[in-house]
Ligand binder design. Structure first.
Ligand SMILES: Cc1ncc(COP(=O)(O)O)c(C=O)c1O
Length: 300
């Protein structure tokens, strides 16, 4: 079976080892936006020199899928079916907690498109919605791509080329591209519609972390636990450490569950930047975000 992948250009360059794993398993990997698709050429003409975004990669992949016989397109996050299969993580976690007779007070997960967090919280949120148990649920997103905390709840395109159907979600606008210095992942402009609705109803909250704070937390975790976490996962680690420190101050006891979504061994370029003191933070201004918001589709 042929497998063709479009990888966000900046990730293709910053995360060469993730790219090489996919190629080893037989995929062809193209940095996006590329000149290989019509939508890629259009995006490059409008944003010359862009580093790409998940929104651009989705548009290119959809174009190839619909124009190549036998090809199908699979999205790896955001959509309901992705949260559904990630709910295996939540079910296994819940079974493990039940087995030892412990109930988490707080559940923390990093949020890019929202799939790992949606899957992790699924069985716990079910109990919360049915009034059987209460859990504090926290999404952690990068300060440089703050879809929940600074986005709007609106219908928007899932992709930059605007070829996908609209989804109601917290969004920064489908044109939003995080700053190129951002090495921490989680660079999608929107958020899973299921999580967006839960957030809008006040059933969960969201916080942001800058990438230097995230890598500091990753370093602490690696030194304490002997596990090198993915930068994405380290957003959740940062918030979990903060919550544990708050408990230390107040004397309150809490069981904190967080999702460790991946290994950091493919992201050692980013760790190198952090270790060399070359990592900095970029937080978009309100004016910048307003510019992207203006382009949201107008729905009557
Ligand atoms: C290791 C890792 N964890 C978490 C995520 C976040 O994605 P999502 O919010 O869809 O779970 C990503 C996204 O690429 C990732 O690579």
């Amino acid at each position: 079976m042929d497998c063709k992948l479009f990888m966000v250009k900046v990730s293709y360059e910053q995360k060469p080892f993730r790219r090489e794993v996919m190629r080893t398993y037989g995929a062809s990997v193209t940095p996006s936006p590329s000149e290989t698709t019509e939508v890629g050429k259009k995006i490059l003409a409008e944003h010359p020199g862009t580093n790409g975004s998940l929104g651009c990669a989705i548009s290119e992949a959809v174009e190839v899928a619909v124009s190549t016989p036998g090809y199908r397109y699979v999205l790896g996050s955001v959509l309901n079916q992705v949260l559904l299969h990630q709910s295996i993580i939540g079910l296994e976690t819940k079974a493990a907690f039940d087995k030892i007779g412990v109930k988490p007070d707080m559940i923390i997960g990093c949020a890019g498109g929202g799939s790992n967090l949606g899957g992790l919280i699924a069985p716990f949120m079910g109990e919360k919605l049915r009034g059987e148990n209460d859990y504090e649920i926290v999404a952690v997103e990068p300060a440089s791509c703050p879809s929940f905390t600074r986005g709007v709840y609106a219908y928007d395109f899932a992709d930059t080329g605007m070829v996908c159907p609209l989804a109601k979600m917290y969004t920064l606008g489908s044109d939003f591209i995080p700053s190129p210095n951002h090495a921490g992942g989680l660079r999608y402009h929107g958020m899973s519609p299921i999580l967006s609705e839960l957030y809008d109803q006040g059933l969960m909250r969201a916080v942001t972390a800058t990438q230097t704070e995230v890598f500091e937390a990753a370093e602490t975790f690696a030194r304490c636990e002997g596990i090198l976490p993915a930068p994405e996962s380290s957003h959740a680690i940062k918030a979990a450490i903060d919550e544990a420190l708050k408990c230390k101050e107040t004397g309150e006891e809490k069981t904190i569950l967080f999702g460790l979504t991946g290994t950091g061994y493919f992201d050692l370029y980013a760790y190198q930047k952090f270790n060399d003191g070359e990592m900095d933070d970029y937080i978009p201004t309100d004016e910048e975000l307003a510019k992207y918001r203006e382009k949201l589709p107008k729905i009557d």
